[in-house]
Structures are given as structure tokens and as C-alpha cells.
Design a protein around this ligand. Structure first.
Ligand code: F6R
Length: 360
């Protein structure tokens, strides 16, 4: 049950530190050594390209993990929207390895790609929250997220859990390849820090509620902007806001806004900038924020410690850059929740939507 929570979504947002800690005990032994199926590691080592196939939030999670997977496994990662990939397979690399990301393990669009992958006798892994689900049964391998049942239609803990699960996979493969980056990446420590960072953000609910009250009660549209990893989080953040609050929102690469879309900015349009601690891009994103403010936008800045300024609206405790999508998404989940809640909507059951999309 949802206990004292008004909605499952808030309960599931709150469970994320626990999900992170549980993943540590699932995928490492008491000495902190990786416990990832060696057959999966070998199959990925034998591959020259990883194809991540998913839909919706799971697709966004794939982007959140892409840079980390590439750095640690030294293998290019390509993302595919499941509903687009079901038609003709694009030109594949010589030794492809498919990773299906699916909370439910039942998404029909993803399954139709897996059917083709199996017809071609190609190896695959499903990362899912549901043991015994269709995508788990039909893929060569499975890794479980173990986030516990996700009841709210809007996916939260599955997104963060998927990225964390892929972190264990990436590190295990990297270690097998003797990639020094993989040994340096102390995942048990870093994921514990992520759990703490999430907890710190969860204690800012009232601040986020106030931001929503001021900027999101009547607006019909909004933008999330960010660069690199922050752009991927912007896509997920905007999906979440749209899905449960019906505010039209676009997640945009911050530098791309000025190439046309900035004409949509009007007086009071909320523009939420995500600025993680990446010195290569942080200043540029700040410049893009100023461009929107000059056109009347109501700018809200969510920044990571290290890149934050005193005037920023929300500061997220710093984590390892590979894992920043997990910690940076938390305030955006709360912002979506609060907007839906304050507008008096059914947060857990948005109109027109089902939890698992089992039609193509
Ligand atoms: C968004 C959401 C959907 C799902 C998508 C894929 O909050 O819930 O976008 O992420 O339908 O579902 P799974 O992960 O079950 O394959």
C-alpha cells in the first residue's frame, strides 16, 4: 500500500536511496567485488557495439548511462526507440549486443525488436524490474533492478535503478578488460554518495513546492535545458512533467534553443536549466539561461554542487559524473509531482495512459 503517502509516485520517489543501497548488495559481495553474471560480461566483451532498445523513460535512462558505458567498456553505444526499430533493422555492426531496458518487461514495442534480434540469433540482455517478464524470458540474459513494484504510471525509481544497474555492468566489463577507469570507479562508494545526494534533495520538497506554486500553476508550456548529460536528464524531466501535469514541455539541448525554438519563449515561460558539475558545459548553459531571461523567461536553475551559485534555486549534492543523471533527475521528479498535485490532478493515473504499454 501507499501508507501515509497521498500518491504512490511520491512514495516511489522517496524509495530511491533504498533502491541504490539494495543494488549495491545485489551486485557486489561483502568485499565490494562485482557480482555480475560472467557470461554477460563475456558476451559484451565479444561485442563491437551495444544497442540499447527501450521506450519512454527507459529510453531516457539509456541515454543517462551511455557515456559511462562507453568510457568503461570502450564500446560504442547506440540508442534505439523501440517503436521505430521494429520495422527494418538498421545496418548493424559485425558483433552487436542488444540491451533492452524495460521496467515492466512487457512493452510490446521493445518486444517486437527482441523478436527480430532472436530471429537473427543475436545475443541480448534485458534490464528489468519484473522477474519472469516477457522481455526477461525471451532475452539471452537478465539483470534485475530490484526496485520493488512501481505502481505509479510515471516511472521514477526504475529510471534511477536502471542507470545504477548499468553502472555495475559497465564496471564489471571494464574490469574484465583491465580498463584503469573501471578500477578507479569505486562504485560502492559512489553509489552510497548518490543515495545521500538523493536524500538531501528529498529534504527540499517544500522549496520545490514553492517554485511550483510560483511558476507552474497556470503555465501551459515550459522548457528544460541542459548540455551533454544534463540534456539527457532534461528529456526525462520534461517527459515526467508532461505526463502527469499536462504542461507541454520540451527537453532541449541548451545550445540548440537559439536555432529556432527560442522564439517560443514569452514573458513568464518557465525555463528550467540543469547544470551539473561539468566545467566544459556549465558556463555555456548559464549563457543560454541569460538568453532566455532576456526574452522574458522565468528561469529556474537546478545546479550541482561545484557548479552552483548562491542565487541558484536548487543545489544538488555532487556525485561522480557517470552517475549525475541519477542525482540530477530527483528535483525534476519532485517538480513534476508537485505540479500535478498542486493542480489537483490524479498524479498516479494520468489520463490516456496505462502502466505497461502492451500494444504496438
Ligand atoms: C514514463 C513512463 C513510460 C515508460 C515506457 C516504457 O514515466 O512510464 O514512458 O517508461 O512506457 O515502459 P517500460 O520501461 O515498462 O518498458
Amino acid at each position: 500500500g501507499k501508507g501515509t503517502y497521498p500518491f504512490y509516485m511520491l512514495k516511489e520517489i522517496d524509495e530511491q536511496p533504498t533502491v541504490m543501497r539494495k543494488l549495491i548488495s545485489t551486485y557486489t559481495d561483502e568485499n565490494g567485488k562485482m557480482k555480475v553474471d560472467p557470461d554477460i560480461v563475456k558476451a559484451i566483451q565479444a561485442s563491437d557495439r551495444l544497442y540499447i532498445i527501450a521506450a519512454g523513460t527507459s529510453y531516457n535512462a539509456g541515454f543517462g548511462a551511455k557515456a559511462m558505458l562507453e568510457a568503461l567498456t570502450n564500446t560504442p553505444v547506440e540508442l534505439g526507440v523501440a517503436s521505430e526499430w521494429g520495422y527494418d533493422m538498421p545496418l548493424l555492426s559485425k558483433n552487436p549486443f542488444f540491451i533492452f531496458l524495460s521496467q515492466s518487461g512487457e512493452t510490446a514495442d521493445s518486444r517486437q525488436v527482441l523478436v527480430k534480434v532472436n530471429e537473427l540469433s543475436l545475443p541480448s540482455l534485458t534490464v528489468t524490474n519484473v522477474p519472469g517478464s516477457t522481455l526477461s524470458r525471451e532475452a539471452t540474459y537478465t539483470m534485475l533492478i530490484g526496485a520493488g513494484p512501481e505502481i505509479a504510471v510515471a516511472s521514477t525509481k526504475a529510471y534511477t535503478g536502471q542507470i545504477a544497474t548499468l553502472a555495475f555492468l559497465a564496471k564489471a566489463v571494464g574490469e574484465a578488460q583491465e580498463n584503469p577507469l573501471a578500477f578507479e570507479f569505486d562504485l560502492v562508494k559512489e553509489l552510497s554518495l548518490v543515495a545521500q545526494s538523493i536524500e538531501a534533495t528529498l529534504s527540499e520538497k517544500e522549496k520545490i513546492a514553492a517554485i511550483v506554486k510560483k511558476n507552474f500553476l497556470t503555465t501551459r508550456n515550459a522548457f528544460y535545458i541542459g548540455r551533454k548529460q544534463d540534456y539527457f536528464v532534461a528529456m526525462e524531466a520534461s517527459l515526467k512533467l508532461k505526463e502527469i501535469s499536462y504542461v507541454q514541455c520540451e527537453g532541449f539541448a541548451a545550445g540548440e534553443l537559439k536555432h529556432g525554438t527560442i522564439s517560443l519563449i514569452e514573458k513568464g515561460t518557465p525555463v528550467i536549466a540543469l547544470i551539473s558539475n561539468n566545467e566544459k558545459v556549465a558556463l555555456h548553459t548559464r549563457g543560454n539561461v541569460m538568453e532566455t531571461v532576456a526574452r522574458g523567461a522565468a528561469a529556474i536553475v537546478i545546479a550541482e554542487e561545484g557548479a552552483a551559485r548562491p542565487e541558484d534555486d536548487i543545489v544538488v549534492n555532487a556525485v561522480h559524473p557517470y552517475l549525475s543523471a541519477i542525482s540530477m533527475v530527483i528535483p525534476t521528479q519532485l517538480l513534476a509531482y508537485e505540479t500535478s498535485f498542486q493542480r489537483g490532478l490524479d498524479v498516479d493515473k494520468p489520463r490516456n495512459l496505462a502502466k505497461a504499454v502492451t500494444v504496438e
